[in-house]
Design a protein around this ligand. Structure first.
Ligand SMILES: N[C@@H](CCC(=O)N[C@@H](CS)C(=O)NCC(=O)O)C(=O)O
Length: 256
């Protein structure tokens, strides 16, 4: 296998960024990681020549690949073993649908909720920056993060109204994850691109003390423990109790 030179551009704590790191590790591809500041990342990845403004973005031997789903396919092409998708067409279609769900339906509400929380309270930011390589002292970066947090919350439309709606819908999204686990599409014998897509979103949500107990006891929590996305952070309770009511009500009954 010819060695490849891989450079990953991400943001500390980014859940899709963690998906890319998990996929690279699964394929045993070594890479150099460049952490970017949220919001500023948008301009930087464009200046680097990527077609869109999002991370993860990777350069593989100079070739630019952006977005978790494209990255999964490119890594699978480069290193077919272990595969990210089942060979059997029906099973592959189910995994691809799970991966799409993770990317298009689960990823963004979690992003909106976490930026909403940081806008209310920046003090937990330091815990999320563990291991970050931003090129400046992390305590300084955190201290001066106010405008970046405000902009990130604004561009992600992390309004009270949207976050309340996200929390109302979250129980249904978690049910979908649990169903896909029960069906063997997620957390099956071999981990797939869908597991690597979904587990980091769940993990980021579980950094919030408000959400952690409502996820960790589900099958979704088992998936997170197995995949073990390295997203640091601990957010003390901040979500109004009434906003959590629908999610609490939708939680599966605990076995006694
Ligand atoms: N859903 C895409 C995009 C990921 C995404 O939106 N990443 C965020 C950070 S978590 C970002 O780069 N936001 C900047 C922007 O929206 O321009 C993927 O899975 O690659």
């Amino acid at each position: 296998m010819a060695p490849v030179k891989v450079r990953l551009y991400t943001i500390p704590g980014s859940h899709p960024g963690m998906a890319a790191q998990l996929m690279l590790a699964h394929k045993r591809i070594s890479y150099r990681r460049k952490d970017l500041f949220p919001v500023l990342s948008k301009g930087i990845v464009r200046v680097l020549g990527f077609p869109r403004s999002t991370v993860p973005a990777i350069k593989i031997d100079g070739e630019k690949v952006q977005g978790t789903r494209l990255i999964a396919r490119e890594l699978d092409r480069l290193r077919p073993d272990p595969p990210f998708f089942p060979a059997e067409p029906e099973k592959r279609a189910a995994v691809e649908e799970a991966e799409r769900f993770g990317d298009e339906e689960l990823q963004h509400p979690i992003r909106q909720i976490i930026w909403w929380a940081f806008r209310k309270d920046k003090s937990p930011l330091l815990s999320y920056s563990e291991g970050a390589k931003l090129g400046v002292p992390i305590p300084l970066a955190v201290k001066t993060a106010g405008p970046i947090v405000a902009l990130a919350a604004h561009t992600n439309e992390s309004t009270d109204e949207n976050v309340r709606a996200d929390l109302e819908a979250l129980g249904g999204l978690l049910d979908r994850v649990d169903e896909m686990i029960t069906a063997g599409t997620l957390n099956g014998e071999q981990l797939t691109a869908a597991d690597f897509q979904i587990a980091p979103s769940l993990k980021l949500a579980m950094t919030m003390q408000d959400l952690r107990p409502l996820i960790e006891s589900r099958p979704a929590g088992e998936l997170v423990r197995r995949v073990d996305p390295q997203i640091a952070g601990d957010f003390p309770p901040i979500i109004p109790a009434e906003w959590l009511e629908p999610l609490r009500a939708s939680a599966p009954a605990q076995a006694s």
